[in-house]
Design a protein around this ligand. Structure first.
Ligand code: FEO
Length: 169
């Protein structure tokens, strides 16, 4: 049986993960329109990762006999100025998600749900990786900013990213 407050906090986080997928799909669309297929691929992997993050929590709540309440997914922004502007937003968003996962973990700690705390350790580590990945691309983009050839090289590099279904436990 799950604590009701924790169950609700998980449902809010599931919604944020689904929103993240929607946001990155919007960014993927922008890159597709720009013919930057490597950047679009990077975003597509990100979309799949976010859906996996949402499903990891969804499965957990159900496994614990909790109830999953699905909420409206907000419409993401769909006007982007540049690749740099997109990745600045991605970093900002991932920092927001990190803080949100930390808050969720605090609720699990307050209600002493050890299994939830253990699961959330995976998400905390994942956020460290997510922020590092995004910062890396953002750093490269800052260097490439006024050089179309450097941007195309980066696009080629991002085309190699593949989705590996995470084992969330
Ligand atoms: Fe699910 Fe990118 O955090």
């Amino acid at each position: 049986m799950m604590n009701e407050r924790l169950e609700n906090a998980f449902c809010v986080q599931i919604n944020k993960e689904l929103y993240s997928a929607y946001l990155y799909l919007s960014m993927q669309t922008y890159f597709k329109e720009m013919n930057l297929e490597g950047f679009a691929n990077w975003m597509n992997v990100q979309v799949q990762e976010e859906l996996a993050h949402a499903m990891g929590m969804y499965n957990y709540v159900l496994e614990r006999g909790g109830k999953v309440t699905l909420m409206n997914v907000e419409k993401p922004d769909d006007i982007w100025e540049s690749a740099l502007n997109v990745f600045e937003k991605v970093l900002e968003h991932e920092q927001y998600v990190t803080s949100s996962i930390n808050d969720l973990t605090s609720v699990a700690e307050e209600v002493k749900d050890r299994a939830a705390i253990s699961l959330l350790q995976w998400y905390i580590k994942e956020q460290v990786e997510e922020e590092a990945n995004v910062s890396n691309v953002l750093g490269n983009l800052k260097l490439a900013q006024n050089d179309p050839r450097a941007l195309l090289l980066l696009d080629r590099e991002l085309a190699t990213r593949t989705f590996v279904a995470p084992v969330i436990a």
